[in-house]
Design a binder for this molecule. Structure first.
Ligand SMILES: O=C(O)COP(=O)(O)O
Ligand SMILES: [Mg+2]
Length: 221
């Protein structure tokens, strides 16, 4: 067992870029939305660097790329609606678990720590994706980016999770791939562990100074 788990009673996992490589499906939905608006498509490599702050910010970044200018509210709302429709039709067929994830989640589920999921992705997409991998019962609580008024990097979702289980933040660990996960964890008083293989706007997540870094979640167990 990884030493950071000592004294940890609850773990909050990030989803995109930590448990699953979801960018192939996100990019298809982003590009379908741009095409529907008569705009140039972005492609998977660009979308990879735009994921992390939820679907509205994702489409704002996509429109800014496609039009060389930031979008007005009406266009952004249209694009976001298009994205939710396209992604909702197929949120998972190209999405894969990262190596070590199933092993880690299965082993942790059989231990006595509480497992939760805190993503910036809209809540509606969480269950379809987890269910496709048979992981929906592993988590005692899941929060999406639209579950509370604030999302990561604000500490609110993590403080909510700790409070739900009556635990002090110091007994909780945030596991994620981006600076928003580490910042949320640090602001909430959680311990933080990062993986380097996900999405962090093209920058090393190490720069955010997580308490620990692992190449695979298998190293947790
Ligand atoms: O939807 C996003 O932008 C990122 O989602 P995540 O918080 O699971 O990485
Ligand atoms: Mg992530």
């Amino acid at each position: 067992m990884h030493p950071i788990l000592n004294d940890i009673r609850l773990i909050s996992f990030d989803l995109d870029g930590t448990l699953v490589d979801s960018v192939p499906d996100l990019a298809v939905a982003v590009d379908a939305s741009l095409a529907e608006l008569g705009l140039p498509v972005a492609g998977e490599a660009r979308v990879r660097d735009w994921v992390g702050n939820g679907s509205l910010k994702l489409m704002e970044r996509a429109l800014t790329f496609a039009r060389h200018a930031s979008p007005d509210e009406v266009l952004l709302a249209r694009a976001h609606e298009a994205f939710l429709a396209h992604y909702g039709r197929d949120p998972g067929s190209r999405t894969r678990l990262y190596p070590g994830v199933r092993e880690a989640l299965d082993a942790l589920r059989d231990g006595d720590r509480i497992l939760t999921l805190v993503t910036n992705k809209p809540f509606a997409f969480i269950l379809p994706i987890l269910a496709q991998f048979g992981l929906e019962a592993h988590f005692a609580l899941c929060l999406g980016g639209d579950s509370l008024p604030q999302k990561k990097p604000y500490p609110a979702p993590l403080l909510h999770v700790a409070a739900q289980f009556g635990l002090p933040p110091s007994a909780c660990l945030m596991v994620g791939d981006s600076r928003h996960d580490v910042a949320a964890g640090q602001a909430a008083g959680f311990r933080t562990l990062a993986v380097p293989y996900g999405y962090n706007h093209g920058e090393p997540v190490h720069d955010s100074r997580p308490d620990a870094l692992v190449d695979s979640l298998a190293e947790l167990v």
